[in-house]
Design a binder for this molecule. Structure first.
Ligand SMILES: *[C@@H]1O[C@H](CO)[C@@H](O)[C@H](O)[C@H]1NC(C)=O
Ligand SMILES: *[C@@H]1O[C@H](CO)[C@@H](O)[C@H](O)[C@H]1NC(C)=O
Ligand SMILES: *[C@@H]1O[C@H](CO)[C@@H](O)[C@H](O)[C@H]1NC(C)=O
Ligand SMILES: *[C@@H]1O[C@H](CO)[C@@H](O)[C@H](O)[C@H]1NC(C)=O
Ligand SMILES: *[C@@H]1O[C@H](CO)[C@@H](O)[C@H](O)[C@H]1NC(C)=O
Length: 297
């Protein structure tokens, strides 16, 4: 390489200096002052415009929101169902003789049922007329809030209330499982006729085209409240802002004589005139399945 092509450190530094500030053309980083000013002005206006646009969109969106109702909701969503006690795998398995295997279930139920304490319900909620929807609709623009909720007393769960039998039947092999229907705002399940829960053996696949079910192992079941119904008076639900003290109605299912020492696949589903359950895509829509196994050896 020749000497001519080789730039010294000083040359490079001078070039950079000139780039930052060129006294001949009075340019700063290749632009004159007025050019820079125009660019700054452009971005200032541009960002002001973006901010304004964003604020306007937000404002318009917020105008259309309602604190008390979701803006988007399926018209007749099939409500999900869930059990208590609930584990990740939806299994209730324990050994009768080993207290430690079931006292967790009992504790879960105790805690879950605390808000259903009769005296709390009487203090917070209303004594409603059973068998009728408890509608408290808004009068066009006049809100009818806060809305009252109906009492669901723990004692309604009778043998599964944990009051007389504080072990919910787990100790003597007749466990209780609580079932709840997820809240859907505005839903009137049953179309005037109380929806109820029924539990049967769940069909499950054992081979390529072979299915099995454990109905014969389930034995008799008791439902509380009677017939496993969700009374109509607990519907419609208006959302947690409007109905602050709402207590979700429950159905307790007590297994009276299941076959011991074997896995039993159980499915409980909601029976209601206006709720379709056979949705293969969502296995929690209107139904819930779980595995029950009680060991006594
Ligand atoms: C409800 O709570 C009160 C006080 O907290 C308690 O004395 C009473 O035993 C509870 N009743 C039920 C049914 O759990
Ligand atoms: C719930 O229990 C309370 C206290 O015992 C009672 O006053 C109330 O009437 C009960 N409510 C219903 C709906 O049974
Ligand atoms: C909710 O419960 C609280 C506490 O008992 C009571 O003061 C309030 O009036 C209740 N609100 C409604 C809307 O029922
Ligand atoms: C339970 O269902 C039976 C038969 O459908 C009916 O006769 C009875 O009145 C129902 N009981 C309650 C408490 O709803
Ligand atoms: C429980 O079911 C078994 C059959 O699975 C039967 O032999 C037994 O008599 C039943 N017990 C009661 C108390 O019904």
């Amino acid at each position: 390489m020749s000497n001519k092509d080789k730039k010294t450190c000083g040359d490079v530094l001078d070039e950079w200096k000139e780039f930052f500030w060129n006294p001949r053309t009075r340019e700063f980083m290749g632009r004159t002052g007025s050019s820079w000013a125009l660019i700054l002005l452009f971005y200032l206006v541009f960002y002001c415009f973006l901010t304004g646009l964003f604020a306007l969109t937000m404002w318009v969106m917020l105008q259309t929101l309602d604190d008390y109702k979701p803006t988007y909701q399926d018209r007749l969503a099939t409500p999900g169902m869930m059990i208590r006690p609930r584990s990740k795998t939806l299994e209730i398995t324990y050994s009768m003789s080993n207290t430690e295997t079931w006292d967790g279930y009992v504790n879960t139920l105790n805690e879950f049922l605390l808000p259903y304490n009769d005296s709390l319900q009487a203090a917070n909620n209303e004594f409603c007329t059973p068998g009728k929807y408890f509608t408290q609709d808004d009068n066009s623009d006049v809100r009818n809030n806060p809305k009252r909720s109906c009492q669901f007393n723990r004692t309604l769960l009778e043998d599964c209330s944990g009051l007389e039998d504080q072990y919910y039947g787990y100790r003597n092999g007749q466990p209780c499982v609580l079932i709840k229907l997820n809240r859907v705002i505005g839903m009137k399940p049953g179309d005037g006729e109380a929806p109820f829960v029924t539990c049967t053996g769940k069909k499950y696949k054992v081979g390529k085209d072979t299915w099995k079910e454990d109905s014969d192992k389930i034995g008799p079941i008791a439902y509380f409240p009677p017939n496993g119904t969700f009374n109509l008076m607990y519907y419609p639900y208006y959302g947690k802002h409007a109905q602050v003290n709402y207590s979700q109605p429950l159905v307790a299912v007590k297994f009276l004589n299941v076959t011991m020492n074997t896995d039993i696949n159980i499915e409980c589903r909601i029976m209601a005139r206006n709720i379709k359950v056979d949705n293969d895509r969502d296995k929690f829509a209107g139904r819930v399945s779980f595995l029950l196994r009680i060991d006594n050896i």
